[in-house]
Design a protein around this ligand. Sequence first.
Ligand code: GDP
Length: 326
Amino acid sequence: MDTMDRAALIRAGDRRALARAITLVESARPDHRAEALALLDALRAPRREALRIGLSGTPGVGKSTFIETFGLMLTRQGLRVAVLAVDPSSARSGGSILGDKTRMDRLSREPCAFIRPSPSQSQLGGVARRTREAVALCEAAGFDVVLIETVGVGQSETVVAELSDLFLLLLAPAGGDELQGVKRGIMEMADLILVNKADGELKPAALRTVADYAGALQLLRRRPQDPPGFPRALPVSALADEGLAQAWQDMQTLVAWRKEQGHWDRTRAAQARHWFEEEVRQGLLAALSREPQKGLMASLGDRVAEGQLTPEAAAAEMLRLLGRAP
Ligand code: GDP
């Protein structure tokens, strides 16, 4: 099938064509890569935009339960929802995220939902690329909302934040009064902090945790992309479907404000530039592990090791050679 036919099927919302296209962008084969680039280019215009929501949280905090309940709420409103995962292999502990077929069972049976399990092991750089391209494919396929899930391991949040319009941090009720070791950088990325499991016996602890985070958020510098009152923390129960409608309303408030103030377009443009630069960086790194660059690195490295060249001089020589590379 040629690129134009594939693109037409994806635009028409054909799920199998979408799934196959995601497999294509995940492939490392050079001929697949060329096809993937052609397909993404064919789908570039006219542009369709989804609301891209990043969701992060440690294993067990309730991410899949949240995605299922939240996703079902959105599909009931007639919205089309896609779910993708950023799953750096280093973060695997036990089952892979989205890998387990039993997760999000009800959502996966919804005709308006599309759930893509994470692919097998690869490096964070590679995962970021394939997730970003998968998001672009889902947008072209006309999804209204794309949820991008990641486990909380620091680096992957940064990747997801660069891929999304809104970033949600899902937390569990804290036992004590500590802020659960959530890194300041991650808190600064969050648009909404959702304290899950605010039900039954855990409810008082969840409400205390919300108050702690609300206090901590107030201490952060006001970000230009936020209306007054944001970012904020609120209690939810993914299991009991409580607080999710409020969370959705807050997300819409944020989106409306950012669109009105021009932050939405500026952020998307900055993200596109970021991914272009990242792609070049990754390409340069990949070139270093291919011949003839790999051999040049090895022989220059030998001369450095033998004391014939300083590390600086050898690096300058390598960069000069790379600059001339085809
Ligand atoms: P994930 O690893 O972050 O995807 O977490 P899961 O969604 O698999 O949930 C982990 C456990 O927490 C499961 O036993 C869920 O039933 C439970 N859980 C998830 N959400 C809630 C909630 O809102 N309230 C309560 N009480 N339990 C929840």
